[in-house]
Design a protein around this ligand. Structure first.
Ligand SMILES: C[S@@+](CC[C@H](N)C(=O)[O-])C[C@H]1O[C@@H](n2cnc3c(N)ncnc32)[C@H](O)[C@@H]1O
Length: 279
């Protein structure tokens, strides 16, 4: 994989998907807030702390932390996509949060001083980065000694069929290359051993890992398709690049498999995340 090309395309894609994420923020928060709450609980920010959020998207996790660090604290909410930062800034202003700072910042090369923050969070970010080892080393650099990093990544495809099914259908039809082990992507840090190596390799101690489920609760395959195409940017990009009749074929195959997973209690389509904490 050409990582420079990946970086450029990833930035362009996420910036374009910022409008969808902004529009879907309430839905997404309703489904995923337990992940952010687990991350923040394990980070345990104190009043007066300065906390950095990386890859913050539309900023919901930053808003949660802003309440915890209080008036004397500060949250630096960042993302490399200006569209995401703009969406987070607008919402932060609507909420009247005065202890938030919004910045465009690439987690792989942070424009921040050494030992300048008391905590770092990143939800569903590191595994998408071209060089997560560089991003984790940068995280270690800006974090004050003894303070915590708390982040979330998706567990493996077998526990995240909502994303694995469209991915598998696209690969089977030859519209997407099979994922390369260790390459950036939704399952890029799903192997706990690789994740541990990346975290300790960046100078952190042994991480603690908790599993936190995401219950999507799709009513039918049509809802799964709609939400996946609005939010799962890399999958949506691959689908959108296809001619309409091929998009329809992919949609129908995905729908067939999703309907099977929705049968019974529907739990087969839910998601699983790892919430990881290291000092
Ligand atoms: C799946 S979204 C998650 C957004 C948000 N953290 C959430 O959980 O709702 C991934 C985010 O990572 C950002 N991102 C990807 N690579 C990045 C990088 N190298 N530096 C900073 N942000 C990055 C994207 O712009 C996007 O907003």
């Amino acid at each position: 994989m050409d990582l420079d090309q990946y970086r450029e395309e990833s930035l362009e894609t996420w910036d374009r998907f910022a409008a969808n994420w902004d529009q879907q923020r309430r839905y997404l928060w309703e489904k995923t807030h337990p992940v952010s709450e687990a991350m923040v609980e394990r980070l345990d920010p104190q009043p007066g702390d300065t906390v950095l959020e990386l890859a913050s998207g539309t900023g919901e996790t930053s808003f949660l932390i802003a309440e915890r660090v209080g008036e004397d604290g500060r949250v630096i909410s960042t993302d490399f996509a200006p569209g995401m930062v703009g969406a987070a800034r607008r919402r932060g202003e609507e909420l009247g949060l005065s202890n938030l700072e919004h910045r465009v910042l690439d987690a792989e090369k942070m424009d921040l001083d050494d030992s300048s923050v008391d905590g770092v969070v990143a939800r569903f970010g590191y595994m998408l980065m071209a060089d997560p080892a560089a991003a984790l080393a940068e995280t270690r650099r800006v974090l004050r000694g003894g303070r915590r990093l708390s982040f979330a990544v998706w567990a493996g495809p077998e526990r995240n069929m909502w994303a694995a099914v469209p991915g598998m259908v696209l690969v089977e039809a030859g519209h997407m290359p099979p994922p390369e082990p260790g390459a950036p992507g939704i399952f890029g840090m799903a192997d706990p051993n690789r994740m541990r190596e990346l975290v300790t390799g960046a100078g952190f101690g042994e991480p603690s890992i908790d599993e936190v489920p995401v219950v999507w609760g799709y009513v039918d395959a049509a809802e799964h398709w709609e939400k996946t195409n609005k939010l799962a940017a890399p999958i949506a990009e691959a689908v959108n690049a296809l001619p309409p009749e091929e998009q329809e074929r992919v949609r129908a195959t995905v729908a067939e498999r999703v309907e099977q997973l929705l049968a019974g209690d529907g739990s087969g389509i839910n998601g699983m995340t790892y919430v990881v904490v290291a000092e």
